[in-house]
Design a protein around this ligand. Structure first.
Ligand code: AMP
Length: 527
């Protein structure tokens, strides 16, 4: 084998034979846009076009009579029937219901996500035939509740979810594979430390990874589940609103329809400011024409604090990873919002290197998910699987206990954040009275000692503890974070053979029965 072949050998070996097997897609279920990718005959990731012939589908849905419309049609409906459009339901995952009443009802956000997935799925099937499996991406900073909600959405959409994968990890996979193919002298065997700065439409993630040949190891991750391009849009919306109040005493926020429409215009203006120094937002209102000018300079001034927040997180994540800026080999930009020149400038200035965007920022994540799907399918083939991904947990896992000194509830951290996954941690609880038959443990995610500042994952109840055990019998609870950040709990009483039954009663989550009902409904109503 000559040197040129060596550079991409591991790639071919890992993914070889996959085409002969069943196909699975990678789905980037983004806050504002979604994309689907598959590996082609040469094992190159390729974005599938939706039924309108576009690579990106707006992550929005609305009702048109009994039918559900997803994507561009729903985005268009924002300007005529805003109250009927579910825009960016991903932002509300983890809540019991979506923030708006749609079609006379407040739907669980994962059901709205399922409709979007169903449409992406159907469009993919139209092109490549029957499909059953997919890998879906999630922000690295998503907590367990949101991860489960994403998997549930996949299930309700009729998809066999092979795995969920963190968006920055997916981008790093796509990048690594691309580099493996580009570097024809085998440099992929040299460890590369890469910082993935992922600023999408609704979420922000920073992940520091080490790529060593086929090994992808996450060193640290951090982010903000509610910071993305949408917040930049809202600054322009606010500027126009101030102007309208000043000029004609009209507050657009009092008119949902108008403000929905205004948002679309402002988002477009933001995009234009990525390539031009000035733009204008034009519209008609109350019989008058308005034309509000905005310069890139002013836009950047009005959004500087948002950018500062992302850079602060970058520095914190590097610290967590135990690295200095100059130890990074690559700063990789992912997510549509990294097209803003201010992001590029600032990353260049704090890292001292030219940020990389060798991948399409909108498609890299879907491509990485397709590669991950390929890895999972090919791992069933003996001798395959030299591509390995190691992840960390993005939030600490704790159980709520009582502080004996002040009798206040306290979060006792069991698995600190940024621990390499999978990980198992055990905690021993004691029965508080003789013949106690059950115990309840509250499980939270978050860094604060105060459980009220953390997100409640649920309550684990341990039932049918054997009869007649004395007071203070130890009960051992094992918490296992899987590689994809999902939690499994198991329980044991020392000296008692059988595993006890236990159940995780989750907050804001649908029951299996409810999900089955939604699954049928979604199937019938999707366009
Ligand atoms: P993503 O979730 O990665 O598809 O990113 C979507 C976000 O990227 C949205 O907030 C878009 O407004 C934003 N975006 C896309 N293109 C541009 C651009 N040229 N300039 C600024 N923001 C953009």
């Amino acid at each position: 084998m000559d040197v040129a072949e060596t550079g991409c050998h591991w790639f071919v070996c890992v993914l070889g034979m996959m085409c002969a097997m069943e196909s699975a897609v990678g789905i980037d279920l983004g806050t504002t846009y979604s994309a689907v990718a598959i590996l082609d005959q040469n094992n190159d990731p390729r974005t599938l076009l939706n039924s309108a012939g576009e690579p990106l589908t707006p992550s929005m849905m609305c009702f048109e009579g009994p039918r559900v419309v997803v994507g561009r049609g729903a985005a268009k409906a924002i300007s005529t029937q805003y109250e009927n459009v579910a825009d960016c339901p991903k932002r509300d995952l983890g809540e019991r219901v979506f923030r708006k009443v749609i079609n006379g009802r407040q739907y669980p956000p994962e059901v709205l996500q399922a409709w979007i997935l169903r449409k992406l799925w159907r469009d993919a099937q139209r092109q490549i035939g029957p499909l059953t499996k997919a890998v879906i991406t999630v922000p690295a900073y998503f907590d367990e509740v949101r991860r489960k909600a994403t998997m549930d959405a996949g299930w309700m959409a009729g998809i066999d979810v092979l795995d969920i994968i963190n968006e920055p990890t997916a981008a790093a996979l796509a990048f690594g594979i691309q580099q493996g193919r580009l570097f024809e002298i085998g440099q992929t065997n040299v460890p590369r430390r890469i910082l993935v700065y992922d600023l999408g439409g609704g979420t922000f993630d920073v992940t520091v990874m080490e790529i060593d040949g086929g090994q992808y190891r996450t060193l640290a991750t951090d982010g903000d589940m509610r910071l993305g391009g949408w917040d930049w849009d809202q600054r322009i919306v606010a500027l126009v609103a101030d102007e309208l109040v000043r000029r004609i005493g009209f507050d657009p926020f009092e008119d949902q329809q108008f403000s929905g429409n205004l948002w679309l215009k402002c988002e477009q203006a933001k995009r234009e400011l990525s390539i031009k120094a000035r733009t204008a937002i034009s519209f008609d209102l109350k019989g008058k024409s308005f034309h509000i000018e905005l310069s890139r300079e002013e836009f950047e001034t009005r959004t500087r604090d948002l950018l500062d927040r992302t850079m602060f997180t970058v520095e914190q994540t590097l610290q967590e990873a135990g690295l200095e800026m100059d130890q990074l080999d690559v700063v990789l930009m992912v997510g549509g919002s990294t097209r803003m020149p201010s992001v590029v400038r600032r990353l260049r200035s704090i890292s001292g290197k030219e940020p990389t965007r060798s991948l399409s920022p909108d498609e890299a994540v879907a491509h990485g998910a397709a590669i991950r799907a390929g890895m999972i399918l090919s791992s069933h083939v003996p001798g395959q699987g030299s591509l390995n991904v190691k992840n960390v947990n993005s939030h600490s896992l704790g159980v709520v206990g009582m502080d004996p000194d002040n009798k206040q509830h306290r979060n006792g951290i069991v698995i600190p954040r940024n621990t390499s996954l999978p990980v198992v941690a055990k905690r021993t609880f004691f029965t508080s009275k003789p013949n106690q038959r059950s115990i309840k443990v509250s499980i939270v995610e978050g860094e604060s000692a105060n459980p009220a500042d953390c997100s409640l994952l649920g309550k684990c109840s341990i039932e049918s503890i054997p009869r007649d055990l004395p007071v203070r019998t130890p009960i051992e609870v094992s918490f296992r974070y899987e590689e994809n950040g999902r939690l499994k709990v198991s329980v044991q009483v020392k000296g008692v053979d059988s595993r006890l039954t236990h159940q995780l009663h989750r907050e804001n989550t649908l029951t299996q029965e409810q999900m089955e009902g939604w699954r049928d409904f979604i199937d019938q109503s999707c366009e």
